[in-house]
Every structure is written in C-alpha cells, then in structure tokens.
Design a binder for this molecule. Structure first.
Ligand SMILES: Nc1ncnc2c1ncn2[C@@H]1O[C@H](COP(=O)(O)OP(=O)(O)OP(=O)(O)O)[C@@H](O)[C@H]1O
Length: 281
C-alpha cells in the first residue's frame, strides 16, 4: 500500500490561471521506501511537499496519508503521521539544539505539558542518528550551516512519524555529510519508515532512490526506478542539459555526465570563436 497518494493535486499562490503552481499532480509514494523528488528550480517541488503536509492548502485534489484523507485530519493527527523539514526553517532566537529538537514532540503532548521519558528518548535518539549529540547544548546561532541542517533533520526525526518529508536536506552539506544524511534516510526506510526527499544532485538521487518522481512545470513528467527514469532524453528535456547517462561502475545506478559541449573548454572555444568574428568585422 502507498504511504501517500495524491490525486489531481493543485496549488496556487494567488488567483488566476497563471498563479497555479501544481497543475494536477497524481502520484503515489510507496511505504517503507526512499522516494526522491527531482526537478528544475521553480518546478513546484517545495510546493508539492508543503501541500502533501498541508502546510499549504491545496486548491484542488485529494491527498491520502496512510490511507486517510488529509483534509479530514486535525493538524496534530496529521503531524503524528507525517513530519516535514521545510527548505528554509528559522530557529527561534537564542534557542539551544536540545530544546529545538524537543519541539518535534509537540504533536505527542499538550503544548505546555512537560516532556516525558518517551519524549526524552525520542530526542536523544534523533540527536544520535544525526550525529548531533555533541551539539545538544550549543545555541543554533553558533553552528555552521551544515550542523544546523543536521539539527533540523533531528527535529523532524524526533516527531517519530511514519512518513518523513525532507526538502533539500543536503543543502549546505559537504559530500561526506550529504552521504551521511542520505544513509540516515536508508536506515529509516530499513526500519519501516517512508522517506520522501527533494534533491538537486541527480547522481545522488539515482544512487539512493527506490523511486524517483520528476516534477516539471507543476506536473509529474516521470516516475519510477532510477534506471527507468534517469535517461539522456529526460535530462535534456527537463533540465535542458545534454548529458550522457552511464551505469555507475560499482552500483549500476545511472550516472549523469554532462556532455563536453558544457564546461571550460567549450566555453573558451566559444569565446575565442566570438572574438575571431569580432576581429574580422
Ligand atoms: N510564496 C510564494 N508566492 C508566490 N509564488 C511563489 C511562492 N513560493 C513559490 N512560488 C512560485 O511557485 C513556483 C514553484 O516554487 P517551488 O518553490 O515550489 O519550486 P521548487 O521546485 O521547490 O524550486 P527550487 O528548486 O528553486 O527550490 C515558482 O514559480 C515560484 O516562483
């Protein structure tokens, strides 16, 4: 069964046909798998996640989370099923890491209710999984961009919802930490959770995804296993980049290699050709 199903999902940031950003998305997110959403800047990926999480109300269509129509769920009920790490989260001024991560426990208790033993365990586990234990007493403002990002992931994990939506969780992370975050995603799916993440790096997407969903112009233009979806045609049509797609020699997952017509040699040749033309004129 699917963890999430969207049917003809629509969303707008204003009135009028031009304002529609999601233009009838129908897709399913398999339970217990890692699904990666890719697509060009501005294609609607964040809007899709926010609409699935009901941070943003859809203008049409249906979202079912764990079989339940999300429109009929109260905020706290939905938060117990699904956690969203938005692209740009802002921490309250002066807050320390432990306290911020503990806020992930709000859906499980009254706002003013003190944390119980289970809440403490969930926070500690989330800090451990994200390698943030040693940061627990630091203030968010003192951390590097990458450290902060891991704390935000810990906050989403502390919610202990079966479905986790992560909007570009590897932004600001160096390669090693990006791989760590995606490895956490795999570990979570091995434990039965459903993870959906937006990524820009097609090679990491292809390596980690059980399923890739490609969004372009507010519509799903491809979905399936990485080897089915990541093709030179798709990379050309959706991202406007001429590329070779070759199998990773170790894992077999598709590797996207931009063609030699992009890159310094090609740019220098073009500049030289333009200068020659200029000189001849
Ligand atoms: N608050 C807003 N008000 C008006 N338009 C918005 C708002 N947020 C996003 N948009 C527009 O909606 C479209 C989709 O934006 P969205 O952030 O969902 O794209 P994205 O695929 O996540 O982009 P990126 O890869 O750059 O993060 C874009 O055209 C964007 O300009």
């Amino acid at each position: 069964m699917s963890a999430i199903e969207a049917e003809d999902l629509r969303a707008s940031y204003g009135d009028g046909a031009d304002a529609e950003v999601l233009k009838g998305i129908s897709t399913s997110i398999p339970r217990g798998r890692l699904t990666v959403i890719v697509g060009p800047n501005g294609s609607g990926k964040s809007t899709l996640l926010m609409t699935l999480a009901r941070i943003m109300a859809p203008s049409g269509g249906v979202v079912r989370v764990e079989g339940r129509d999300s429109a009929g769920l109260r905020g706290r009920e939905l938060a117990r099923l699904l956690a969203l790490l938005p692209q740009e989260a802002t921490a309250p001024e002066g807050i320390r890491v432990w306290e911020l991560v503990s806020r992930g426990r709000h859906p499980h208790r009254g706002f003013w209710q003190p944390l119980g033993a289970e809440d403490h365990r969930a926070v500690e586990e989330a800090l451990e999984l994200t390698g943030c234990r040693e940061l627990a007493q630091r203030r968010m403002v003192e951390l590097s961009g990458g450290q902060r990002q891991r704390v935000w992931i810990a906050l989403a994990l502390a919610q202990r919802s079966p479905v986790l939506l992560l909007d570009e969780p590897t932004a600001h992370l160096d390669l090693s930490h990006a791989l760590d975050v995606l490895d956490i995603g795999v570990r979570l799916t091995a434990a039965g959770k459903t993870v959906v993440t937006v990524l820009h790096d097609l090679n990491l997407a292809a390596r980690y995804a059980d399923r890739i969903i490609v969004v372009d112009g507010g519509q799903v233009v491809g979905a399936g296993a990485p080897t089915e979806v990541i093709t030179p045609e798709l990379v050309g049509e959706v991202f406007g980049v001429a590329a070779l797609v070759v199998p990773d020699p170790e894992t077999g997952s598709p590797l996207v290699v931009p063609r030699a017509q992009h890159g310094p040699a090609a740019v220098r040749a073009a500049v030289e050709a333009a200068t020659d033309i200029g000189g001849a004129a």
